[in-house]
Design a protein around this ligand. Structure first.
Ligand code: FAD
Length: 194
């Protein structure tokens, strides 16, 4: 029987990152157990197909209890059952969150859990190539892509309409300011889901 120093259950977004980081230390024996399959359906990699791959064999395909605030409807609740977990099904939007979102963490765990405390980790973790900014990283493992020429006319019109109404147009919704409109940063590289 294999010996593991660390055993991780679930090779989803979090489990895969933890396994990868821990196994950088070659002396650490890391086991990773996943209930699902390998992500070998080519549709997973195709960003345009993200709404079409739910319900396939690698989706746990949960359903909610009836929801009183949506007229008691039962909703589909997809979750990845695959190496990569829900990051193989998700919509690829990369949003760090608003600094205020981290305040309860900071209150519970100290300043290093605040947005400012976590910022060096955000910077280290991403490979963002659209432009340089002190809040953005270029050399991390997580590809973050900001659409430019590909932004559709409908989205451009939406952003322009917001501007006409006095809603700020953001150049970067991942640098702290989140109220406004902007194209969405995506975990895509070379046309493929990251
Ligand atoms: C349709 C959809 C769209 C989304 N869109 C976005 C988006 O645009 N941007 C964004 O940031 N987030 C998005 N999310 C959310 C994001 O995907 C999740 O928050 C994130 O992937 C959760 O990571 P996790 O590691 O907690 O869980 P998961 O990635 O779900 O990983 C859990 C893993 O554990 C495995 N597992 C469970 N039980 C066991 C067991 N008993 N034994 C072994 N393995 C087990 C599962 O099979 C799975 O692989 C979306 C999610 C979905 C489903």
């Amino acid at each position: 029987m294999s010996h593991f120093d660390v055993l991780i259950i679930g090779a989803g977004s979090a489990g895969s990152v933890i396994a990868s980081r821990l196994s950088e230390d070659r002396s650490c024996q890391v086991g990773l157990i996943e209930a699902g399959v390998m992500p070998d359906d080519p549709d997973i990699a195709d960003p345009l197909k993200w709404t079409m791959i739910q319900g396939r064999a690698y989706d746990w395909a949960y359903r909610t209890a009836p929801q009183p605030f949506t007229a008691n409807r039962i909703h589909e609740w997809p979750r990845g059952k695959v190496v990569g977990g829900s990051s193989c099904l998700h919509a690829m939007a990369y949003v760090r969150g608003h600094p205020d979102d981290f305040e309860p963490w900071a209150q519970a765990g100290g300043e290093r859990w605040s947005y400012q405390g976590l910022l060096p980790g955000f910077i280290r973790s991403e490979a963002f190539t659209a432009f340089d900014a002190p809040t953005r990283g270029r050399n991390g493992p997580l590809d973050v892509y900001l659409p430019d020429a590909e932004v559709s006319p409908v989205v451009r019109a939406y952003i322009a309409a917001g501007r006409a109404m006095g809603v700020a147009t953001l150049t970067d919704h991942n640098s702290g300011e989140l109220v406004g409109t902007s194209p969405n940063s995506l975990n895509i590289r070379d046309g493929k889901r990251a």
